[in-house]
Design a protein around this ligand. Sequence first.
Ligand code: 13P
Ligand code: SF4
Length: 324
Amino acid sequence: MVLMTAVTANSKAPTAVPVDLAAAIQDLKRKRNAVILAHYYQEPEIQDIADFIGDSLELSRKAAGTNADVIVFCGVHFMAETAKILSPQKTVLLPDLDAGCSLADDCPADAFADFRARHPDHIVVSYINCTAAVKAQSDLICTSSNAVDLVRQLPADRPILFAPDRNLGRWVQKQSGRELTLWPGRCIVHETFSEEAVLRLQIEHPAAEVIAHPECLEPLLDLADFIGSTSKLLHHAESSSAESFIVLTEPGILHQMQQRIPGKTFLAVPGLDGCSCNACPYMRLNTLEKLWRCLSVGAPEIEMDEDLRLRALQPIQRMLEMSL
Ligand code: 13P
Ligand code: SF4
């Protein structure tokens, strides 16, 4: 294999970066019996090399069911952490350990414990975009693809706390008809979409459908023809008779949309003031080179205290059992 020299920041890291990173990754994957799981918001070159691409629920299921010894999670920290909770005997690697999530950051475990203590009779439903320490304090975990369905299944006489995404929570409330007490977290990416930009795109493309992730602000969701998780947006674009779509979510998903449905047109929506801040700064910390590096050196690895893991596992298992 051809190698080019490179200075490395990590002393554990190899000293040369292969010219053909994709081939080197495939090689290491076979040697280590590893599987690469990727979220739709990853760089296209990472999506192209992944064994499986999915939304949070699908990726959790894959992590729970894989026979591989190593899971390389190309996504953000809470996703890799969920994989570790479900598959403790496996090595779980995250190419960049700093790939976090504003929703998880918005909900510190100790403040969440106070919130729960103020609502002792409530069922606690937490969106999977939170830390293991918050999951461990929850009765049920949900993702954007099953939240409405799971909340509908909860006993009608019990009040519900919903954390950490206020926008998803508001949407679930509307869809399920259940009153939810919301934690005020938000996704810094989905809250940047501009209503004005959507209206402008609708004028330019009057036949286009607006499809949106439920983490968007309510006025944006009010403009949407279809709302769902990343996978649901992709499947809707496949099955809809519309030929073009205004896509209100992180633009990484456009790569899969264009690949799987080449005849249709997908339009990304700029952020406020036309900025390109609609790319998730956490997801985009992972690169092909970091993916190769983490497979080479077996780090950074997700590690977790066993007591915390067992407490966080229960509400995740409940979600998997209750999901259709
Ligand atoms: P999905 O579960 O819909 O893929 O969402 C994950 C996420 O982080 C959205 O911002
Ligand atoms: Fe978190 Fe938002 Fe990035 Fe998703 S897009 S990982 S919710 S910051």
